[in-house]
Structures are given as structure tokens and as C-alpha cells.
Design a protein around this ligand. Structure first.
Ligand SMILES: Cc1ncc(COP(=O)(O)O)c(C=O)c1O
Length: 403
């Protein structure tokens, strides 16, 4: 047990893949899968689970698995199960919502996107706006601080704004913008908010209502689960939208937005992952939503204590440059070794069994603005709740050797 009350050894025992011995600083790209999630997936594939039907037990099991997964995501982010739409990825879901919302937009309408966002919460909006003749307005981050100033939204959002797309945390540098403040400005002008929660969900307790997120999207493979994503909105919000769909497929919400047969095994894996997150802190007995909030808060405190060591250590290494970020951030840092291509750094660390990413990780506008895209972006290291102090020391030592 460490001084923030988080038992990392107990948590690590829940990740069979850690036995392979790699130090995983690549959680921002995808975490390892927790035992409860992979067990749940295996159970579905080994047992009698049919397509959804009330007529026989295997069909009822598919219905139950789906309902359980919706309830799990609702507990994770503070939404309602009936408002949870599943899709293959955040990118696919965002294209779906963007195309569907834009059916009601036209000339003179406006959308606001940010240059801090992953391209998954930028390009779908830019492309649908172009298609319907709407105007795109850009929120800028401050290169010197990595902040996304809220005040600029007073100028960016107008009575013609239909949607404000913003990230809950940057997957490049960790910045957590003031989403609630931005949403308040959007709502004051009658605009909707679409919040990319992919990077934030695994690190910070989330409440979509507090964030003011009309839509909140998150991918389970970033929080110990399988490769599937969910978009959460008020069921009434979904009711008002009509995507293209097959004639005989369900018209009810949320099924109206889910195309073809969902992967029941992955849905079971989602529930397993949320149950895992809820029990990161042992000995809790309350409802899962409360356990999730307590556990993720404890994990966050633990992660940030390691992150401080990591960033402090990086700052003390000659020849390492760090992309600036504010203190309100998730535990993710982007850096470069002077004179070394980031891909080369990642390879050298990889040779030592340390997993980091190099490139732009689709934070296209961020690296473009920083003038770093053409020269390989940056190396990204992110802390997750299974990271240890020893691994941080191992990473820092390896970076010193890699220079
Ligand atoms: C912040 C952020 N948004 C969106 C995405 C895209 O998620 P998906 O791969 O589920 O489309 C990612 C993936 O890295 C991400 O980090």
C-alpha cells in the first residue's frame, strides 16, 4: 500500500499480461486488458450465447449481456443505461453522431472544434460542416502552456453555433480543459457539446452531467477493456435524432444507433472492465457507481504521484525537451530527445522492454501547431494505475542512455 492508499501490487495481479515483463507507458494508446474483462469475454465465447431473443435462454443471455454493459458504462461516466450507444470505436461513433446531427444544419450554422483535440473529435465535424455549408471555428491552445483558454469560447460561440466539440483531456499532453466552463458558454447560446472522453475516462472520475456533456464518447480499450466504444447522451437527446438505418432494425433508443449485431463478447468485456475499475480500491461495499468514483479518484492520486516523479525526472535530463502542459492534466507527457527522431527514441526504449509511442498519435492539429509534425511529433509516456515507481525509474534511466 503506498501513501495515497492505493495497493498497486494487488491491482497488478489483475493483469495477467504484466507477467511478460514489459514496462507499459503506452496506456494512452491502449491499456492491457484486466483479468475480469478477458475472463468475461472468454466466458461468452465458450458458453451458449445466441443472438438476442426472449424465446430461449441463450438469446436471453445476449439481451442480459447488452443491458449489463449499458448499465456498466452508465456507472462509469454517470449516465443513464438507456442513453449508452455502443459502436466499434470512438471515431466511428463520432462520424455517426456528426452525420446525424448535421442533417439538421445548413448555411450559416457554425461548429467549434479545438486544436488540442484528437482528430477523431475534429475531422468528422469539419467534414460534415463542409458538406452542409456550415462554418468551422477553431479554439486555439496556448503553445507555451498547453492550456485551452476557456475565455476564447465567448468569442467563438454565437447564436448560430450548433455544436462545440472539445476533449476532456488531450491524448498528447494530458491537458484537461475546463469542459464545464466551455459547456456553460455553449449552452447559453443553445449549442450542444460533444466531449471526447477517451483519454480522460481512465484517469479521472467522470460525471457527464457535471461536465455539461450532451454527448460523451469513450473507448473501453483505454480503460482495461476490449476494442469497443460507447457514446453516452440523454435518451431524450437520442430520441430526437434519426440516423440512416435498415428498415427492420429496431427504431427504439439506443438500438436505433447500433448497426448490425453487436459483439456480445466485447460487451461482456466492457462490464468486466468497469467491475475491475470499481474494485481498484478493495473493501468497498456500496453501489458500483460509488465504488467507481472512489477507485478512479484513488488511482488518479496514485498515478499523479508517479507522474510528478516522471516529469521532474525528465526535466532534469540534459537534452530532453518537454511539450508544455498545465498542472490540471492527466498523467501523459510528450517529450523529445534533442537531435533524435522520436521514432528512434521509441525503438531504443522498446529494445529495453519499455513501451512508449512516438508520432502525433492523431493529435494532428496539436503537433501541426507546435511545428513538430513534420519532424516526427514527440515521444509519449503515460502512466496508468498498474505503473510502478520502479518502472518510472527504469524509463528515466533508459532515456538517459538513449540520448
Ligand atoms: C483522445 C482520443 N480520442 C479519440 C481516440 C480515437 O479512439 P478510437 O480508436 O476508439 O476511434 C483516441 C485514440 O487514441 C484518443 O486518444
Amino acid at each position: 500500500m503506498n501513501d495515497v492508499g492505493f495497493d498497486v501490487n494487488r491491482v497488478r495481479a489483475e493483469y495477467p499480461a504484466l507477467a511478460e515483463g514489459y514496462a507499459h507507458f503506452d496506456g494512452a494508446a491502449g491499456t492491457l486488458v484486466a483479468r475480469r474483462s478477458s475472463d468475461a469475454i472468454a466466458t461468452v465465447t465458450r458458453g451458449a450465447v445466441g443472438n438476442k431473443s426472449t424465446a430461449f435462454a441463450a438469446g436471453r443471455r445476449a439481451l442480459e449481456i447488452t443491458a449489463e454493459a449499458r448499465a456498466a458504462v452508465a456507472d462509469l461516466v454517470g449516465g443513464q443505461p438507456e442513453g449508452v450507444v455502443f459502436g466499434t470505436s470512438t471515431t466511428a461513433l463520432t462520424y455517426l453522431v456528426a452525420r446525424t446531427l448535421a442533417d439538421g444544419w445548413g448555411d450559416g450554422d457554425e461548429v467549434v472544434v479545438s486544436r488540442l483535440d484528437h482528430d477523431a473529435n475534429v475531422r468528422p465535424w469539419v467534414q460534415v460542416a463542409e458538406r452542409v455549408g456550415a462554418t468551422v471555428r477553431w479554439a486555439e491552445f496556448e503553445p507555451a502552456t498547453g492550456e485551452l483558454p476557456t475565455a476564447q469560447y465567448h468569442d467563438l460561440v454565437t447564436d448560430r453555433t450548433r455544436l462545440v466539440a472539445v476533449t476532456a483531456a488531450s491524448n498528447a499532453i494530458g491537458t484537461q480543459p475546463d469542459v464545464a466552463g466551455i459547456a456553460a458558454i455553449a449552452h447559453a447560446h443553445g449549442a450542444l457539446t460533444y466531449v471526447d472522453g477517451v483519454h480522460a475516462t481512465p484517469h479521472v472520475p467522470t460525471d457527464v452531467g457535471e461536465l455539461g456533456a450532451d454527448f460523451y464518447v469513450t473507448s473501453a480499450y483505454k480503460w482495461s477493456g476490449p476494442h469497443i466504444a460507447a457514446c453516452v447522451a440523454d435518451p431524450g437527446r437520442w430520441e430526437g435524432l434519426r440516423p440512416d438505418k435498415l428498415m427492420p432494425s429496431p427504431d427504439a433508443v439506443p438500438e436505433r444507433f447500433e448497426f448490425g449485431t453487436l459483439s456480445f463478447e466485447l460487451l461482456a468485456g466492457v462490464t468486466g472492465a468497469v467491475d475491475h475499475l470499481a474494485d481498484l480500491v478493495s473493501g468497498q461495499s456500496g453501489p458500483r457507481r460509488e465504488r467507481v468514483l472512489t477507485s478512479v479518484a484513488a488511482a488518479h492520486a496514485y498515478e499523479m504521484s508517479l507522474f510528478e516523479t516522471l516529469v521532474g525526472g525528465l526535466a532534469g535530463i540534459d537534452g530532453v525537451g518537454i511539450c508544455p502542459a498545465p498542472s490540471k492534466r492527466c498523467p501523459t507527457v510528450a517529450f523529445r530527445i534533442d537531435g533524435q527522431h522520436p521514432a528512434r527514441t521509441a525503438e531504443r526504449l522498446g529494445d529495453e522492454g519499455i513501451c512508449v509511442f512516438a508520432g502525433d498519435y492523431y493529435a494532428y492539429e496539436y503537433f501541426q501547431t507546435m511545428g513538430l509534425r513534420e519532424t516526427g511529433g514527440a515521444v509519449r509516456a503515460s502512466i496508468y494505475h498498474y505503473t510502478t515507481q520502479d518502472e518510472v525509474a527504469r524509463l528515466l534511466d533508459a532515456i538517459k542512455r538513449a540520448r
